[in-house]
Design a protein around this ligand. Sequence first.
Ligand SMILES: [Zn+2]
Length: 53
Amino acid sequence: MVKFAETTKRLFANVFVCRNCKTKIRGLPTKLMKGLIPCKKCGKRRFRPIRKK
Ligand SMILES: [Zn+2]
């Protein structure tokens, strides 16, 4: 289960969701949160970190 946890962490660590169109985007959290990377679909720059319940 440790390996699974690590995999999950890796998969979701750098994934963010667009607040406007909910598209998943991969990128460095620092860049995404600063608005350096626009959404590919709608061009907005507001993202929130993805979280799995
Ligand atoms: Zn978007």
